[in-house]
Ligand binder design. Sequence first.
Ligand code: HPA
Ligand code: ZN
Length: 334
Amino acid sequence: MVAEQFLKELPKCEHHLHLEGTLEPDLLFPLAKRNNVKLPDTFPQSVEELNKKYTQFKDLQDFLDYYYIGTNVLITEQDFFDLAWAYFTKVSKQGLVHAEVFYDPQSHTCRGISIETVTKGFKRACERAEREYGITSKLIICLLRHLEPKDCLTTIEEAKPFIQDGTISGMGLDSAERPFPPNLFIECYDKAAKLNANLKLTAHAGEEGPAQFVTDALDLLNVTRIDHGINSAQDDELLKRLAQEQILLTVCPLSNVKLQVVKSVSELPLQKFLDNNVPFSINSDDPSYFGGYILDNYLQVAKEFPQWDYNVWIKIAKNAINGSWCADKRKDEL
Ligand code: HPA
Ligand code: ZN
């Protein structure tokens, strides 16, 4: 296995990180108190109890049930700033140089918190992270696929000023995958793309869902990146296409284990992706829930793919830079 210090210093880009998924129990409870938010009686009532729950989830839905309760403690612009700032501070010590981060506006607007409040708080943290840590970033909104597509259209309308002025760089699709396939969101993606030709598009696909959802996201939603995408490995034609079009898969190893998508990181088809020239990046998804930030994910992969030498890791780092949505000038710096 390559040296830990090498992986720490390797310039890393994160493309799959839900800001709400960085809410650590030791921030969740103080925010609940600060904002007078009563957590459900069935929710763990202490940091210790909550950490215990986070050791394993049954599946994606089991995790999402906790994740959406957690988001309820976020109310003010300062809360959103504090959340994102805590994330940037942690990863500034892990060799992160560029982050393209998700948030779920609907999990806040449904509670009467405006998209403006959320976006301004996150944006302020991004700007400070660039100034103080040299970490560049992009904001990506995600549509919640378990909600009605017409609700998603409303969200896109509310996000319009930020999409048009470039504050929001991209749009994705998350939440429960299997019951809500990509074809439900064609109109949403069309609408968003028309608001700003520079808006980047991605979608969670092939995490719990089949390879067909990956193909559908590419064909029907015109995405240029796939979040997770690990089930693409079951379709050789799709692998060829991903390689040919250099579609980046944003893989999340510790997440896949915690949500029981795979039993261990070694089961992930990462060698197959490399052999087929399919680019992927390594990401943390919801680090507070899944037991590790970006470097922890790199280290676990290195441990379970000990045959990979420095050249393989340099290739992975380069693929992550090339697949980023930052300007070419920034890519050259990275
Ligand atoms: N999958 C789907 N939805 C999500 C995830 C995920 O891993 N994290 C936060 N929302
Ligand atoms: Zn995700």
